[in-house]
Design a protein around this ligand. Structure first.
Ligand SMILES: Nc1ncnc2c1ncn2[C@@H]1O[C@H](COP(=O)(O)OP(=O)(O)O)[C@@H](O)[C@H]1O
Ligand SMILES: [Mg+2]
Length: 474
């Protein structure tokens, strides 16, 4: 077959990958699925195009590059040039998305008739979801949480800084009744705790002692050496405090105040000066004691727990909740109960450049779970706008990538570098993604998948700022 014949051809030297060349006018694009003729009347092989450049040859324009054979096509048997064409829907359907633990999340970009399926078992690894603001991360994350609720038994703990996921327990009115009923049955034990609960809603609270000594000290800005007397007093007081004591910071402060220990008095002053006694995140601060988030998680074992921190006035309260949750998950790690810790806007509580002791502690705890959590069944799903906003030690532990639109060339290069299992040209393609378009790769999708997120089952919580200011005044 010569170049002049103007047909697309593919060949393979290893039976796993292909080289290909196609006339430009056939319109085969990077990421497309193609069918490569089999030997004799053998079945066509399915492949995906993973790199592409254009060349001029014999006065004609061609695209050429490499790709990956999929399914039974990846037999390991090399083959010489065979005719290649865009793959039909049946071939793609037959070879992709098989297996028992598939989650349907929207449809394939390059075969919109087909659902896009990822492997739920792949969430036994850490996952990074990246996309610039407005690329559709939170919407897609919500859709993923719905599927995990509906089709798996993996418990979910969601740190939700914008209150976007507070609707996870209920369906939209336009959802088809059968599906709505199935979802309702799966979501009965979804709990939503809110920083700022309305009547009938549950409060999101932490106890002083949930932070651990390191957390309490970080909050009080106590340095173990510079403030050794106060730090030491704190260690001993927390270690010997009554088991039920210090449920609230009020109780702790009261007990410090009434002790004869002048050092504890210093701690009280510190707490008051830093406004720690007035933070609204404490369990039992006023009125009836409220259960702490850790107790709800441990005792009630909810199907999913959404911790909506959006109502806290200060960032340190959101970080405190993260610290309390991470400390507890780590303390319980020997139960080896698998769970997915989902953090939207993860840079808020796990910043690449922590600015104070509490942020540094949160980063340390995330880093520990990123490094060692997996062997105890603690899996992370972190969403953020840019790779450089998260600590490298956390990011490089992620084996799954959910990529949405990324405008910045520097960010795309950084992603391609850190997620070397994703073909770099597909990472580059994210610059062209529209709203809801996504690339999924890693354990959840061993073949990199270009998809578009589908309609949601549950309502989105946080509303965009209304744009009625753009309406013309009459
Ligand atoms: N697949 C989609 N279909 C329809 N609307 C979407 C889709 N994805 C996102 N949106 C809408 O676009 C806006 C931005 O999406 P969002 O998920 O908040 O982006 P991000 O979290 O990346 O900033 C939201 O109003 C959301 O409802
Ligand atoms: Mg968002």
């Amino acid at each position: 077959m010569s170049d002049r014949s103007a047909v697309a051809v593919a060949w393979s030297t290893d039976g796993l990958t292909i080289g290909y060349r196609s006339p430009l006018q056939l319109g085969l694009r990077l990421g497309d699925y193609v069918a490569v003729d089999g030997v004799g009347d053998g079945e066509p092989r399915l492949a995906q195009l993973l790199s592409q450049r254009s060349v001029e040859r014999d006065g004609r324009l061609w695209v050429e590059g490499s790709g990956q054979l999929l399914g039974h096509g990846a037999s390991g048997a090399p083959f010489d040039r065979s005719a290649m064409a865009a793959a039909g829907v049946d071939l793609i359907r037959g070879l992709l998305g098989r297996g028992g633990s598939g989650l349907e999340l929207g449809h394939l970009q390059r075969a919109p008739e087909l659902p896009a399926t990822i492997d739920a078992k792949g969430f036994n690894r850490h996952t990074f979801m990246c996309g610039q603001s407005g690329s559709g991360k939170t919407y897609a994350l919500g859709g993923l949480l719905e599927q995990l609720v509906l089709r798996t038994r993996l418990p979910l703990l969601v740190l939700d800084p914008n209150g976007d996921h507070v609707g996870l327990g209920r369906t939209r009115p336009d959802v088809e009744p059968d599906l709505a009923a199935r979802y309702a049955a799966a979501a009965t034990a979804v709990r939503v705790l809110r920083a700022d609960p309305a009547e009938g809603e549950e409060a999101l609270r932490v106890r002083f002692r949930d932070l651990g000594t390191a957390g309490a000290a970080a909050l009080l800005q106590l340095d173990p050496l510079d403030d050794r007397r106060e730090y030491n007093a704190l260690i001993h007081t927390l270690a010997t405090g009554p088991e039920q004591g210090f449920a609230s910071v009020e109780a702790a402060i009261e007990s410090f105040r009434t002790s004869d220990d002048a050092v504890l008095d210093q701690i009280v002053m510190r707490a008051e000066n830093l406004g720690i006694d007035r933070m609204s995140a404490w369990a039992g601060l006023s009125g009836t004691p409220v259960r702490a988030v850790g107790d709800v998680w441990r005792r009630d074992q909810p199907r999913a727990l959404v911790a909506d921190t959006s109502g806290f006035e200060r960032r340190r309260e959101r970080i405190m909740v993260a610290v309390a949750v991470l400390e507890q998950l780590w303390a319980d790690r020997h139960h080896r109960q698998p769970l997915l810790l989902v953090v939207d806007e993860a840079h808020d509580v796990c910043p690449a450049d922590p600015a104070n002791p509490l942020e540094r502690l949160a980063v340390d705890l995330f880093t520990r779970i990123a490094g060692e959590g997996r062997k105890y069944g603690i899996y992370l799903l972190l969403a953020s706008q840019r790779p450089d906003k998260l600590p490298d030690n956390v990011l490089t532990q992620c084996d799954n990538l959910l990529l949405m639109r990324v405008n910045s060339a520097g960010d795309r290069a950084s992603l391609a570098d850190r997620f070397a299992f994703v073909p770099p040209e597909l990472v580059e393609l994210s610059a062209t993604f529209g709203l809801g378009e996504t690339l999924r790769a890693g354990r959840i999708s061993p073949n990199p998948q270009l998809a578009r997120t589908g309609p949601r089952l549950t309502p989105e919580g946080g509303a965009d700022i209304p744009t009625d200011w753009a309406d013309w005044a009459d």
